[in-house]
Design a protein around this ligand. Structure first.
Ligand code: FAD
Length: 393
């Protein structure tokens, strides 16, 4: 058994590292360049970075060439994700929602016109997508969604509300699930629609929801007679549930998260090395435990990569990774805040914050990780039923 990447992947890794060394935006003190970034400047920097990726075909390397990718293997994609995660490469939503969700969905369920229209705009970095699934009464039980779309001539007319729409205020495009047949059993009356140019859609209002890290990450979105052309329906009317469940990401190992946690552990180790002896004595065993746990996470991620590279679809194994990484992240960042002492609570805006204020920021931002993408309770249900074969009830 040999557990390492091949020469091709390692050469690619060098190339990616070199690119990141010269192109990574400097957004320290601004809460990273991600969707929830506090300042417009950080978001603009992330956009610029993304455009550079787009020029190289690096936004969706694993997509087929005809759709603007490089046709890269799962292992090559893992190298990208590992390096991006370790080095804190920002995303604007293009890679997460564009490449991770709507792109694969269109590749499988979209018609030729939809593929031609939308996929190149994802791989160029031009379009930023957001996801309109959750509603105030529909989260884990997503099929309970009530946002209504009624066919009227060549359009659908949408009324209702979405919630927790990450990056809705930064996006220009939304994919969403709507109810088109209220009489049908709940999974069968849902359709999948694309909404263009959401910032300029009459009747569509985006309102901020500020999270407990004081970041504007997600939003409420209200629809009042919003008209969407019927050509924006993906798949068949009333069969949208099955379209919406296609989240066949080209790489689902979560290896970027593990790499980012590894970097955090390295930063904490450096801090401990330069600190007083009593602190090293107090924290070194706990730190060592996290290094072990992080390695376990890496191998759980590699297992997913292996399953996908072998042409199989990860099932409960992806739930194992999701639970493991999200809960480990919460523990690591909590540990980091404690280890840094009182000043460890300084947020990125405070110039004296150790490690750029990353620890409290990451700790607070890690809390919802066990809720989004299917809460960890739902993931445990999946492991119990699909993994262990236990009955549902
Ligand atoms: C940071 C963040 C970003 C998000 N971004 C988006 C986005 O961009 N677009 C979008 O559409 N949604 C988004 N969401 C919403 C997310 O998908 C939902 O929060 C999630 O599905 C849970 O739904 P809920 O919040 O309604 O909780 P509920 O479904 O009401 O769950 C409440 C609690 O009950 C538990 N529970 C529910 N059902 C079961 C069950 N069957 N068995 C055991 N326990 C159960 C849950 O685990 C949870 O602890 C985001 C959420 C967060 C936190």
């Amino acid at each position: 058994m040999e557990l390492r990447f091949g020469e091709k992947e390692e050469n690619l890794r060098k190339e990616v590292r070199e690119f990141l060394r010269t192109n990574l935006p400097k957004t320290e003190g601004e809460g990273g360049g991600q969707l929830g970034s506090r300042t417009d400047a950080a978001f603009e920097a992330a956009l610029k970075f993304n455009n550079e990726l787009g020029k190289r075909g690096w936004i969706a390397p694993a997509w087929p060439k005809e759709y603007g990718g490089l046709g890269a293997s799962i292992y090559e994609q893992m190298v990208f994700n590992e390096e991006f995660g370790y080095n804190g490469a920002p995303d604007t939503g293009t890679r997460g929602f564009g490449v991770g969700m709507i792109g694969p969905t269109l590749i499988i369920h979209g018609n030729e016109e939809q593929k031609k229209r939308y996929l190149p705009r994802i791989t160029s970095g031009e379009d930023i997508w957001c996801q309109g699934y959750s509603e105030p009464g529909a989260g884990s039980d997503l099929a309970a969604l009530q946002t209504r779309a009624v066919r009227d001539g060549d359009d659908y007319v949408i009324n209702g509300q979405k919630i927790w729409t990450s990056g809705g205020h930064r996006s220009n495009q939304m994919f969403c699930l709507v109810r088109t047949d209220p009489e049908a059993p709940k999974h069968r009356g849902i359709s999948f629609l694309l909404i263009d140019d959401i910032k300029n859609q009459p009747g569509l209002t985006i309102r901020p929801l500020v999270n407990m890290a004081n970041r504007h990450h997600f939003n409420e979105v209200f629809f009042e007679d919003v008209r969407v052309p019927a050509r924006n329906l993906v798949g068949e009317e009333n069969r949208g549930w099955y379209v919406g469940m296609t989240l066949l990401d080209f790489e689902r190992s979560g290896i970027g998260t593990t790499a980012s946690q590894k970097k955090t552990l390295e930063n904490l180790t450096k801090t401990l090395k330069g600190g007083p002896a009593w602190k090293r004595e107090k924290y070194r065993h706990k730190l060592a435990d996290f290094v072990i746990a992080n390695e376990v996470g890496r191998f759980l991620g590699y297992r997913i990569g292996y399953i996908q590279a072998s042409g199989m679809v990860p099932n409960y194994e992806a739930s194992v990774v999701k639970i493991y990484q999200s809960e480990l992240g919460q523990k690591i960042y909590n540990f980091g805040v404690n280890m840094l002492g009182l000043s460890g609570q300084f947020v990125p805006e405070e110039p004296r914050a150790p490690l750029g204020g990353d620890m409290p920021e990451s700790y607070i931002q890690s809390v919802p990780a066990s809720i989004y993408s299917g809460s960890n309770e739902i993931q445990r249900n999946i492991i119990a039923t699909r993994g262990l074969g236990l009955p549902r009830g």
